[in-house]
Design a protein around this ligand. Structure first.
Ligand code: F1P
Length: 533
């Protein structure tokens, strides 16, 4: 981290023809965007030229929706990077892949290694190097692990790997929860240290980095010291989802992006509908400030301004829905209050998450309109807005994950209703099926394919098609993993599995009912196999 921060510092001191590129897929790409925007803003505030740019696989629409197919394409990653950096003399490339797994990022890292005169690659992820993905990548001769091994050979000189282990993604939902938070902490620590050194003419030392990290540690303890209020929110949001209602995050300032990110992740992670948990940001795309600008014309899913909330959601809002206001003492509190009044005309199920500074009382009036209030008070500091973002991320991750658990989307800690939209998720789905059914990988893959293609018999066309085709078809279907699981547990046809799922709209109940009946036939499925993630 120290070396990377010093490289950023050099770029800040001599920015001409230089760029710091942050890149990733899914959540990692969204955090790349969030970080690049935040530090470009800091440069603009100092009347400096901006030096940060971001790449997200699938383009800007992936900031709000899951576009996971592009993650599988290493060449696309490489070409996107090359195009962005045309004419640059020096590029610090920071590739983020929590699982050390995304081919899109591997292609970019490999490209950097091949052009060391211009590019310095940095990999941020949360697996040991020996657990980087070994699977071959389409149209590419190297695996992710081989790319990382090449980086290892030059580690600390021409290539850097920052990879503290935070726990496996399949269990902890690492990318969107712990891995995402760790990404944010690492990147902000490195970049903030570089900015301080460059603009105050000081040196970056280990203790500067450690002090910042300790600041984030305090964010954890301060945020979780409010666990009772977080639990209240989670319970309320869970009730809304259970009865077919919606959860809306209405945010102001940079908390808006945190809300949009958390909401967008629920679709691929829990097989949720985009209306289940949805984020809105006060200034719409103007506040987002993304490269491709206003995406509203792509459809209702891309309508993210408060005005959109007012026209699309407010008219049908009821007590079944939960609305959470997210704001800080730096935001236009009058505007928050106005919105709170409008929501209260439709529902009393209004809640707030407010970040204030010691000594201020702003939130009091709005709090009176809310049925639960989570006010967090912080000591003033130059990085407090980043701490507010992390704190809000922790709260929203808890609310969205917890409410989906209450809705029955998780079985034995596994997100069994995940969308099978790229090769990593395809293989994860097969492993989850194997773990829960206890049958062979081959049988599980067959069941998954039948469910994806909605056929009782697999044809040769299907079995010879590649994973890319399977995931493309799967992206248009719902509940493919639960369907395959029911088929495996009962040994039944797809249509019977469909009707069993229909009679148990809660996925966990359906799986439990099947497991109970299948236990008459086999002994304790799932206890005989191990995970393999
Ligand atoms: C990237 C990612 C995740 C998403 C899902 C598919 O993962 O898009 O953000 O939640 O798991 O993969 P990674 O490259 O950061 O490991």
């Amino acid at each position: 981290m120290l070396e990377v921060a010093r490289t950023v510092e050099q770029i800040l001191r001599d920015p001409e023809d230089s760029l710091v590129v942050l890149s990733g897929c899914g959540t990692s790409g969204r955090l790349a965007f969030l970080t690049a925007s935040c530090f470009n803003r800091a440069l603009r505030d100092r009347q400096q030229n901006t030096v940060y740019s971001y790449i997200i696989a699938g383009g800007d629409r992936a900031l709000l929706t899951s576009q996971e197919a592009s993650e599988d394409d290493p060449k696309l990653g490489m070409l996107t990077l090359e195009k962005l950096c045309e004419g640059k003399r020096h590029v610090l490339f920071i590739g983020i892949s929590c699982g050390l797994s995304a081919p899109f990022v591997a292609g970019q890292l490999d490209f950097c290694l091949k052009h060391p005169d211009i590019y310095t690659p940095v990999l941020v992820g949360f697996n040991p190097v020996t657990q980087a993905r070994e699977e071959t990548m389409p149209g590419y001769s190297l695996t992710f692990r081989e790319v990382v091994q090449r980086m290892e050979e030059q580690r600390g000189q021409r290539a850097f790997i920052i990879n503290p282990a935070v726990g496996p993604e399949a269990i902890s939902g690492s990318s969107r929860m712990k891995g995402g938070s760790a990404t944010k902490i690492i990147l902000e620590t490195v970049l903030a240290a570089a900015h301080t050194a460059a603009f105050t003419n000081t040196h970056i030392t280990r203790s500067v980095l450690l002090d910042m990290m300790r600041g984030y540690e305090r964010v954890y303890s301060v945020t979780y010291s409010h666990s009772d209020q977080i639990a209240t929110l989670l319970q309320t949001a869970g009730l809304s989802l259970q009865c077919g209602g919606r959860v809306c995050y209405l945010s102001w300032g940079s908390l808006g992006l945190v809300g949009l990110i958390d909401a967008s992740e629920c679709i691929p992670t829990f097989g949720a509908d985009y209306e289940d948990i949805r984020g809105f940001i006060s200034g719409g795309y103007q506040d987002v400030d993304n490269i491709e600008g206003d995406l509203t014309s792509l459809g209702s899913q891309f309508c993210i301004a408060h005005e959109d909330f007012v026209s699309l959601v407010l008219p049908t809002l009821s007590d079944r829905d939960t609305v959470l206001l997210l704001y800080t003492c730096h935001d236009d509190v009058g505007d928050v209050e106005k919105m709170a009044h409008r929501v209260r005309e439709k529902t009393s199920n209004l809640h707030s998450l407010y970040h204030g500074l010691q000594g201020d009382t702003t939130a009091d009036i709005i709090g009176l309109l809310c049925s639960s209030v989570l006010n967090i008070t912080w000591p003033s500091s130059s990085t407090v807005h980043m701490q507010w973002e992390l704190s809000s991320k922790l709260v929203l991750n808890a609310v969205s994950t917890g409410s989906h658990i209450l809705k029955g989307k998780i079985y034995r800690n596994h997100m069994v209703d995940l969308q099978v939209t790229n090769s990593k998720l395809y293989h994860r789905a097969i492993h989850i099926l194997q773990l829960l059914s206890g049958v062979s990988l081959t049988q599980c893959e067959k069941a998954l394919l039948k469910s994806i293609y909605n056929v009782e018999q697999l044809t040769e066309d299907i079995t010879t098609a590649g994973v890319t085709t399977h995931t493309l078809i799967a992206s248009r279907r719902n509940r493919v993993v639960p369907l395959a699981l029911v088929c495996l547990l009962i040994g039944c046809s797809l249509s019977e599995a469909e009707s069993r799922l229909e009679s148990h709209p809660v996925v966990r109940d359906a799986v439990e009912a099947c497991l109970t009946s299948s236990q008459h036939l086999t002994s304790s499925p799932g206890d005989q196999t191990s995970t393999n993630h």
